[in-house]
Design a protein around this ligand. Structure first.
Ligand SMILES: [Zn+2]
Length: 388
């Protein structure tokens, strides 16, 4: 009896893996015939025909044309339906609520952003989320397949509950699943912002090339998304990646977490903006800083050095292939990056650092893209594993 259960479960598992492989073959290639898919996936044509019939019936895929071949009948080509599903990704950062609408290939259909005031209340943030979602839903209409939401802080992903958010304190205890159920009957997925950025790199950015990498989120909060063997590392309580609260100076600068000397206390975009004197120029983020004078240059160089020293902890522990730096600070890559390397070399073991590359991300709205990738993951992966 037990054995039968295992057999059934294995059969079901194989079916799901093969279905994910078929969908990934279509996602990663333009217009394939059933024979092309069979060859790419390594399954017999009959099984492919069954999978294809299933996903055509679901409205995910359609027949888009024919390919003439030297021998035999023309081959029917398949692709995602032109009016097929779209996925929405929303992100709540300390400065704004942003959202993107993507198709199954990751093409952006629409993007939105609503600014937030400092220390915005939960009701204000929830309203901004509702407005961004409503404008994306207006574009997607019935094509909306699912929505992902990423939030900075410690999140109960199942419940959609914000347990703690140092940079969005108004959200402490707020339940986004309950709030979202009032505006949509679609399933919502949740992710923490730094991890969402790592997912965006994995699906759409520099991470596509790497099985193991670390994405550092350089915003008002500082966090890391750790990807090992193409899978997000979450930790025992799903709180992995809090590199912003690694202490770089004992009894140093006060951090919003209550401790002293944390990396975030030196590198938070808010702190850097204040040091540069951004408020005087009216800039609300490092993205809005214009000319960099000698004083600002010194602040940015110190930030690079602090970042490098903090990242050395990760390098020594994880020995990652690639570190991807994502955030407005990387607008000043030419100033910051050499100092990051100096800090890394000072604090990490040479053997651990050898073979590690550090690159600046080129993805805008990465956290929102990552939130959308959580939904894509439900379709194209199994429990975060990617099958091709
Ligand atoms: Zn801290």
């Amino acid at each position: 009896m037990v054995r039968k259960t295992i057999e059934i479960s294995n059969h079901e598992l194989m079916k799901r893996i093969n279905r994910a492989k078929v969908l990934n073959a279509i996602r990663l290639n333009l217009s394939l015939s059933r024979s092309d898919i069979a060859r790419l996936v390594g399954l017999d044509k009959k099984s492919i025909t069954n999978f294809v019939s299933e996903i055509i019936a679901e409205g995910l895929v359609e027949e888009v044309g024919r390919k003439m071949v030297a021998k035999g009948r023309p081959l029917t080509l398949l692709d995602f339906s032109h009016d097929g599903p779209l996925v929405a990704g929303l992100d709540i950062s300390a400065e704004c609520v942003s959202g993107v609408l993507l198709d199954f290939r990751g093409e952006i259909y629409s993007s939105q952003s609503v600014p937030l005031g400092e220390n915005a209340a939960a009701a204000v943030i929830a309203k901004a989320v509702k407005n961004v979602f409503a404008s994306l839903e207006e574009v997607a209409k019935k094509r909306l397949y699912g929505t992902g939401l990423s939030v900075q802080g410690v999140i109960d992903l199942e419940q959609g509950l914000v347990i703690e958010s140092i940079n969005l304190p108004g959200l402490r205890g707020f339940n986004f699943r309950e709030s979202f159920e009032k505006i949509s009957d679609r399933k919502m997925y949740f992710e923490e912002s730094s991890r969402a950025k790592a997912l965006a790199e994995k699906w759409f950015g520099a991470g596509r090339q790497h099985d193991d990498f670390v994405c550092i989120d350089l915003g008002v909060g500082i966090g890391a998304g750790l990807v090992s063997d193409r899978r997000l590392y979450r930790g025992a309580g799903e709180y992995a990646g809090e590199i912003g609260h690694v202490v770089i100076e004992r009894a140093g600068r006060e951090c919003r977490c209550g401790n002293r000397g944390c990396l975030e206390a030196y590198l938070s975009e808010r702190v850097l903006l204040e040091k540069i004197g951004g408020a005087a120029t009216g800039a609300r983020s490092l993205a809005e800083i214009g000319e960099v004078d000698s004083g600002a240059r010194k602040v940015l160089e110190q930030a690079g050095s602090d970042l490098g020293e903090g990242l050395a902890v990760l390098v020594n522990v994880m020995n990652p292939t690639t570190i991807i730096l994502n955030g407005n600070l990387m607008r000043f890559e030419d100033i910051v990056m050499p100092k990051v390397w100096e800090g890394l070399k000072r604090n990490s073991l040479a053997a651990c650092l050898e073979g590690t590359e550090v690159i600046a991300s080129t993805l805008p709205q990465a956290a929102a893209l990552g939130a959308a990738a959580v939904v894509l993951s439900e379709v194209f992966e199994l429990e975060g594993y990617y099958y091709i």
